[in-house]
Design a protein around this ligand. Structure first.
Ligand code: SF4
Length: 479
């Protein structure tokens, strides 16, 4: 498998950029518009930013809704439950929009669901209205495919099986102050419930020099925060010998103007002490570690093929908090994995009580076809799963509220994301721990436009809290 890993040559990217210019010459005068529908994780969001970047370079403008677009791109995710059923449902809706409101609208589909051969076969056989089909590793070839469709009226179904890295594509970022940067692709872990390694390919890291160049450019363009993305960022560089993630984070700490750096996801088995040291000493690494536990039971963790046990996880969080005392630790939890007993579930609640996570993404197990867990023969009764899930969510909510209550009366640094939809003279932003804070801004604190602009740093007094958010009052705007 590893020999399929391909770094797309710079000549090929240059060729695609020439294709973009050619498409622009053709499409630009027509005033064409695009709309991208994105499903799934932040890495898919980042891919959609690249699709949008290429489309703008090809002369397209963004449309707010599919019915206003000449081209709709559906960027799919196979991690979602019943992903294929939902995807074909969306295709049906788009087909109807095209038939009734927007004749001539082109439909392109991409993303990791396209790495599943039965899905592509079904599109080919039963959905001839789909114009372009390509996979997550084929993003850089999108301009060529679009050119063929526009000029030769050819439908293009072209899903590669290589695991590529493509540098130098244009990116249209969703935010002007917070940017995402995918530093590596794929995953080698093969957790038994997860489809990602089967559809996103083997682990492959971008060269460190290129990641740093991108981040420096973002900082000089005014971005204040970056989110480094990978399925398991702690394995960054392991495939290239080009430094490791701790080294990358240390280098990122030296980039002037980049005030905040976040990263996700960290696999607990691969977090090094050195990484924790770098987080502690870095001037811009946020005090936040997303560390998916999944289950607190050793038996379940073994069946999930997670590569750590509860003792190791508890020890890791203790070591992290020793170094960074105000560290926020968030997690992912799966309830009802096949064979999970009452005792296994109690073990999960026990780890939650010991750690008291700052936040958790909670899931009820559902099988993903093609994964080992889908063939496990000891499913948990759905009513038991629901009951356990409700208890787990209630426990997590208790912990979150307790964390938030301790913050009343403290002053938090906030990076403003925009206006609080809750009212005039209010703004919203995130603390370094990634907590959402809504706050009032007196006229004296607002900018010339009467609001605090996105990207401003402010100090805010926390006055009230709920389970999910903080509320407060502006104290001062920071330079
Ligand atoms: S670490 Fe496990 S859960 Fe995460 S992407 Fe890889 S296989 Fe999936």
């Amino acid at each position: 498998m590893q020999e399929k890993r391909i770094i797309v040559p710079t000549e090929e990217i240059a060729r695609q950029r020439r294709v973009m210019a050619a498409v622009r010459a053709y499409a630009g005068p027509l005033g064409l518009r695009y709309h991208v529908l994105t499903f799934g994780c932040q890495m898919n969001d980042n891919d959609s930013e690249k699709l949008a970047g290429m489309l703008v370079e090809m002369g397209y403008a963004e449309a707010d809704a599919p019915e206003d677009a000449d081209l709709v791109v559906v960027n799919t995710c196979s991690v979602r439950e019943h992903a294929d059923g939902k995807f074909f449902g969306h295709l049906g809706i788009l087909h109807s929009v095209r038939e009734k409101k927007r004749p001539g609208m082109m439909i392109a589909v991409c993303g990791c669901l396209m790495r599943q051969a039965p899905v592509v076969d079904r599109i080919r056989k039963s959905h001839p209205f789909v114009d372009l089909v390509f996979g997550p590793s084929d993003l850089h070839r999108f301009p060529e495919m679009l050119r063929l469709r526009l000029t030769e009226r050819r439908r293009v179904y072209d899903v590669g099986t290589e695991d590529t890295i493509a540098e130098g594509l244009p990116v249209l970022r969703a935010s002007r102050t917070r940017a995402r940067s995918t530093i590596m692709y794929g995953c080698d872990n093969f957790c038994t419930y997860c489809i990602v390694p089967h559809v996103r390919g083997r682990e492959r890291s971008r060269p460190m020099a290129l990641v740093l160049d991108e981040l420096r450019a973002l900082a000089s363009d005014g971005y204040r925060e970056v989110l480094l993305l990978g399925q398991n960022v702690n394995r960054y560089g392991m495939d290239t010998g080009d430094g490791d993630f701790a080294m990358l984070l240390e280098e990122v700490g030296r980039i002037p103007g980049l005030r905040r750096v976040r990263f996700m996801t960290s696999h607990p088995k691969d977090v090094s002490r050195r990484l924790l040291d770098v987080m502690r000493d870095s001037p811009n690494a946020c005090p936040h570690l997303h560390l998916p536990l999944q289950s607190g039971s050793d038996a379940v963790l073994r069946r999930m093929n997670r590569g750590y046990d509860r003792t190791r996880f508890l020890q890791l969080v203790e070591e992290a908090r020793d170094r960074i005392p105000d560290l926020a630790v968030t997690t992912d939890l799966i309830v009802g994995f096949p064979g999970e007993t009452d005792r296994d579930f109690d073990d999960t609640l026990d780890v939650m009580d010991r750690i008291r996570f700052d936040n958790a993404f909670t899931f009820q197990f559902s099988p993903r076809p093609g994964t080992p867990a889908a063939d496990m023969t000891d499913p948990v009764d759905p009513s038991v799963v629901t009951e356990r899930f409700d208890r787990l969510v209630a426990r997590q909510n208790e912990h979150m509220l307790a964390h938030h209550r301790r913050l009343v009366g403290t002053v938090q640094e906030v990076l403003v994301e925009g206006r609080d939809p809750g009212g005039i003279g209010r703004a919203s932003g995130r603390t370094p721990h990634n907590r959402l804070l809504h706050f009032g801004v007196p006229v004296a604190g607002a900018g010339p436009s009467g609001i605090l602009p996105e990207g401003t740093f402010a100090r805010v007094l926390v006055t009230r809290v709920t389970t999910f958010t903080l509320e407060g009052e502006w104290k001062e705007t920071l330079p």
